[in-house]
Design a protein. Structure first.
Length: 377
């Protein structure tokens, strides 16, 4: 899917921005503090119903305003044109609209608009503990396996019940959750294992385009591999009671990435870590497209940072081969135009929250922002 138009109203320093985007590359440049990351944040918010920079709404609503509004016209993977909109007020009211209809779950937006973000926080994927690896796996599972989102939610609900029984109850009241927890947990772990088997070779072949070191991937499903989850829950009962929570299950899964037996975050430089992180995330886009015809939108914030020229060219080549829609921000990006060749490219200049499309040949502004149709207000 591609975003055809994006309208951003009173979001951060973007008062009223309207972009008509290229289905290929969109280069968004401007000085520090201009509003580049805020534009990507707006796209992310439309897809996830939340920001990647804060869990709170107040910092997102423009100072002095009482609500934010985001709208987009997308080409869905079924070839239809769809409008998406989200409005949130500081009072806590909100509305999501898909094709003019009110929708009650942000997950529906996420399913329609898969977005992959790569920014300086992406290092958490290698340095931030198993939670970030699980989030990475779950992004893929959610978009590839139809039933995964609801299965995972149900599993979380039963896990919560078992954990409260551990805190308050006798062994029998804990055990009564084990059967359903084990059945769902095994299912999730099996689906994740299949996903890992598919995605790891893709990731390795992308990484080989950047460098010649080989990473070993080890998927840990979250409990001792020689037992079923039912057995692990039973044999770990007294330990769980001592700890106060359920220690075995897919909620404890991990993906270990090693170079010569050492965790990659201990041996790779930041630049090298970046190649690996990009390989992990690009692999997900490639796999998604091959399995479902869905294409994700890539948001690359501050691309030139920490990339040498050679690897930047490799990355652009990879993206050209994948041909997803890409939004790239940076202080200066005109040097990328040559590498992009005849790929569809649009350039935007952001200054103090105002966005202007540039002519890619002349690097001149094309027209003033057109205003937002406030159909969500
Ligand atoms: N709620 C808000 N209202 C108005 N301006 C804001 C708000 N939140 C952040 N800003 C300002 O928005 C500007 C854009 O930030 P950002 O998008 O991160 O810039 P860039 O990525 O271009 O360096 C910054 O100057 C920041 O201080
Ligand atoms: Mg920024």
């Amino acid at each position: 899917m591609t975003i055809k138009t994006l309208s951003v109203y009173t979001f951060r320093n973007l008062s009223d921005a309207h972009l008509s985007l290229s289905p290929g590359f969109n280069l968004i440049e401007g000085q520090n503090g201009a509003g580049k990351s805020s534009l990507l944040e707006a796209v992310y918010f439309l897809s996830h119903g939340r920001s990647f920079r804060t869990l709170h709404l107040d910092p997102l609503v423009q100072f002095g305003q009482d609500k934010l509004i985001l709208q987009a016209e997308i080409d869905s993977f079924e070839g239809q044109s769809l409008s998406l909109g989200i409005m949130k007020t500081l009072k806590g009211e909100g509305q999501i609209k898909i094709a003019g209809e009110i929708c009650h779950s942000a997950a529906e937006l996420a399913a329609l608009l898969p977005v992959q973000l790569l920014n300086s926080d992406s290092f958490e994927l290698l340095n931030g503990g198993p939670l970030f690896k699980r989030q990475w796996m779950d992004w893929g599972m959610f978009h590839v396996e139809h039933s995964y989102g609801s299965l995972w939610k149900q599993y979380q609900r039963v896990l919560k019940q078992r954990n409260s029984a551990i805190k308050t109850g006798a062994s029998a009241s804990i055990r009564c959750w084990d059967e359903s927890l084990a059945a769902m947990g095994e299912h999730i772990a099996r689906q994740r294992a299949e996903y890992m088997a598919d995605i790891i070779p893709i990731c390795s072949s992308i990484l080989a385009r950047f460098c010649d070191f080989k990473i070993s991937f080890h998927y840990d499903r979250g409990w001792d591999a020689s037992f079923s989850l039912a057995q692990a829950l039973e044999s770990g009962l007294s330990r769980d009671q001592y700890l106060g929570y359920t220690r075995s299950g897919p909620h404890r899964a991990d993906l270990r990435l090693n170079l010569s037996e050492c965790p990659v975050n201990n041996v790779l430089s930041r630049g090298q870590q970046k190649w690996l992180i990009y390989s992990l995330k690009l692999a997900q886009g490639i796999f998604l497209a091959s399995k479902t015809q869905k294409r994700c939108v890539y948001l690359l914030d501050d691309l030139p940072a920490e990339w040498d020229d050679y690897r930047q060219k490799v990355l652009i080549e990879l993206l050209k081969e994948m041909s997803p829609q890409v939004l790239i921000t940076g202080i200066g990006l005109s040097h990328l135009q040559e590498a992009l060749g005849d790929s569809p490219v649009k350039m935007f200049h952001v200054e103090q929250g105002r966005v202007q499309e540039q002519d890619t040949n002349l690097e001149m502004p094309l027209s003033e922002d057109s205003s937002l149709s406030n159909s969500l207000i």
